[in-house]
Ligand binder design. Structure first.
Ligand SMILES: [Zn+2]
Length: 293
């Protein structure tokens, strides 16, 4: 019995080491793109892009100040400030900070920017403990994935509305990628047309463990329910936490004065969700097979 326990313990250690190496490899691969600056621009209506080449951050201009959607990895907060200044906005005008999900590549600047602006942080109810502990779900002890803990001033669930001045966003709870993953919906003026914009939270598997010892209990059911919910949504404009979700760079290059805004692309979300779901099935099969070895 003792021998078995020791064996299990050694296995757990190996599993932890493998996981840590996976995280290091993953970060080494993505970090260069994530930290490459991208020239800020007005994306559509009152929505502005202030992210990098690999992580999306948005500013929404309202009649009563600015809303900031997400931040970057902890070391890149200065890039957000630069981009905001380049657009002629004042950091001190940020009144609300919204979060898509509590992963360090979107939350790294929260503590610093909240302190500097006094803005209120709004996030999905089930991500609140992660934000307030500065940890990555399922990898709570991995320093590479942690960030400065930050107090959540308001937590939201499905259908909750957040308003600043003339702008209202609706929260859509879409768990899986994180337990409190929240997509945000709003309407923008595009010329004389109203466009429905969705800031999709994320639906990729990323570093999540789906089987064995899952990242969190019920994760597979959450992903499935999120895909079902997503299929019923038909935004005119798809945005996301990383520019590759909606081909930001290509569309940015296509923008021209007087021409239709390339970010308006009804139907894009359905195609994207179908590809996400396919990938999810593949990853689930892979993880299940690995477990049986
Ligand atoms: Zn994430």
């Amino acid at each position: 019995m003792k021998k078995l326990a020791a064996g299990l313990c050694a296995m757990a250690l190996v599993a932890t080491a493998v996981q840590a190496q996976t995280v290091k490899d993953f970060l080494a691969a993505v970090m260069p793109k994530w930290t490459t600056p991208f020239a800020p621009f007005q994306l559509i209506g009152n929505i502005y892009y202030v992210g990098t080449d690999g992580i999306a951050v948005y500013v929404i201009k309202t009649s009563d100040g600015l809303i900031l959607m997400d931040t970057l990895v902890p070391q890149s907060t200065g890039m957000i400030k630069d981009s905001i200044a380049k657009l002629g906005f004042k950091l001190s005008d940020i009144k609300l900070i919204l979060n898509s999900h509590a992963h360090f590549d979107h939350t790294g600047g929260f503590a610093e920017l909240k302190k500097e602006t006094g803005a209120q942080l709004v996030a999905g109810e089930r991500d609140k403990p992660l934000l307030e502990s500065g940890t990555y779900p399922g990898d709570e002890n991995d320093a590479d994935l942690s960030f400065t803990p930050v107090k959540v001033d308001r937590s939201v669930k499905e259908g909750d509305k957040v308003t600043l001045g003339d702008t209202t966003l609706i929260a859509h709870s879409m768990p899986g990628h994180t337990p409190g993953c929240t997509s945000w919906e709003m309407t923008v003026k595009d010329g004389d047309q109203d466009r429905d914009v969705l800031f999709f939270c994320s639906g990729t598997v990323a570093l999540n463990r789906l089987v064995g010892e899952p990242t969190y209990p019920g994760i597979v059911d959450d992903y499935r329910a999120t895909y079902v919910k997503a299929k019923a949504m038909k935004p005119d404009v798809l945005l996301g936490p990383h520019p590759d979700v909606y081909g930001m760079q290509n569309k940015r290059a296509q923008m021209k004065d007087g021409a239709p805004n390339p970010f308006v692309k009804p139907g894009e979300f359905a195609t994207y969700i179908a590809s996400l779901e396919q990938d999810f099935d593949k990853q689930l099969a892979k993880q299940t097979a690995a477990l049986k070895k």
